[in-house]
Design a protein around this ligand. Structure first.
Ligand code: GLA
Length: 368
């Protein structure tokens, strides 16, 4: 019996850029999913989760005929099916999954489960799969089996995160750089405790709008394969013919890519003021141009912005609810928590959850 841990993540900056072949800067956090795996002599996968009641049984010889059914087990089954389809021979096993990553809050609980399951299945079957490939296979499971067209950010950082480091990833080449998160700050995550139902359909709709943008720019600029290849200057020159809403979606992605590059430079110089300014600009762009914020997220960001010791605050993850990320001087964290929690409760009548996170290490075998 062995256990694998894979972390959730918080994205510091670079939102809705991963599926545009752009740049992101997440950090793995100290909230994880755990999969404990015990070999079986037969061809069954028995999957249980502490977070849910039912137990799922999958016949490995029949697994590729399965389809998602909008159930928690879609994630582990999707990973198993994707590994089999990629040509890996899996052995029977009993899987026990538990997770401390809050679900549906934009902290990537699904990637944490996928990655911990993938590591466990690989180890149980004596397979050596390199980490980049594992990330891509987990993303594929979510894209093709579960049906959410997510980018590579979450799975990648769940595997490649490091302690006290943010990970700046080029989502086209999958090259990455680990950047120091100064000891003097904490990554404080505020959960609005709302999750608007439209999140996944709106996500797929944003992707389609970006694709429409790419088609338009490629007519003028043949080298354009993704919004990553379009500059702000190109947007000015060729973007005017676009419908307003597509123009705004493109402007978010293009400006956000530029912000990630500037934020990486700022972090390398330990310039937290500048980093925080870029976070604020990112939030405004997500709210107004990409339209993936929510009133509760805006309230949370506004409350945080005035508080002593806060360098920056923005929504994090896909949006429409979920969490904000706040870069807070460690000496001011207690006051921050109190002030924001009180203000938020007054404004919305909702009790937020606040997690003071550390940038943490990616997936690994662990004792439980
Ligand atoms: C979700 C997806 C990621 C990414 C973010 C938005 O978390 O899983 O791939 O697209 O939304 O930045």
């Amino acid at each position: 019996m062995i256990t694998f841990r894979a972390p959730g993540r918080v994205n510091l900056i670079g939102e809705h850029t991963d599926y545009n072949a752009g740049f992101v800067m997440p950090a793995a956090i100290n909230l994880s999913a755990y999969t404990t795996i015990t070999p079986r002599d037969d061809r069954q996968l028995i999957i249980r989760s502490d977070n849910f009641e039912d137990e799922i049984e999958v016949d490995l010889d029949d697994a590729t005929n399965l389809a998602a059914r909008n159930h928690w087990s879609d994630y582990p089954i999707g990973v198993a099916v994707t590994l089999i389809r990629a040509g890996y021979q899996l052995r029977g096993a009993h899987l026990e999954i538990k997770s401390e990553v809050p679900m549906g809050s934009g902290l990537s609980s699904s990637a944490a489960v996928e990655v911990s399951v993938a590591c466990a299945l690989a180890a149980n079957s004596d397979l050596t799969i390199d980490r980049k490939e594992l990330a891509l296979l987990c993303q594929k499971a979510e894209n093709e089996f579960v049906g959410a067209r997510v980018g590579i950010m979450d799975q990648f950082v769940a595997l490649f995160g490091e302690e006290r480091r943010a990970l700046m990833l080029d989502c086209r080449s999958l090259e990455y750089k680990l950047l120091p998160v100064p000891e003097s700050v904490r990554l404080v995550v505020c959960n609005t405790m709302v999750n608007h139902a439209l999140a996944s359909s709106a996500y797929n709709e944003r992707r389609a709008q970006c694709e429409a943008g790419v088609k338009h720019f490629a007519k003028h600029l043949p080298h354009v394969k993704a919004l990553r290849d379009v500059t702000l200057q190109d947007l000015e020159t060729y973007g005017r013919g676009l419908p307003e809403v597509i123009y705004c979606r493109c402007r978010h992605v293009i400006s956000e890519n530029a912000r990630v590059l500037a934020a990486a430079e700022a972090l390398e110089r330990h310039d937290l003021q500048r980093f925080g300014q870029l976070m604020a600009e990112s939030h405004v762009s997500l709210r107004d141009d990409y339209e993936v914020s929510a009133r509760e997220l805006d309230v949370m960001v506004e409350l945080a912005t005035g508080v002593a010791g806060v360098y920056g605050s923005r929504m994090t993850g896909g949006g429409f609810g979920g969490c904000t990320i706040n870069l807070v001087d460690s000496e001011h964290v207690e006051n921050f928590q109190r002030t924001v929690a009180e203000g938020y409760e007054q404004a919305t009548k909702l009790k937020p959850e606040i997690y003071v996170c550390e940038a943490s290490k990616g997936a690994e075998q662990t004792d439980i």
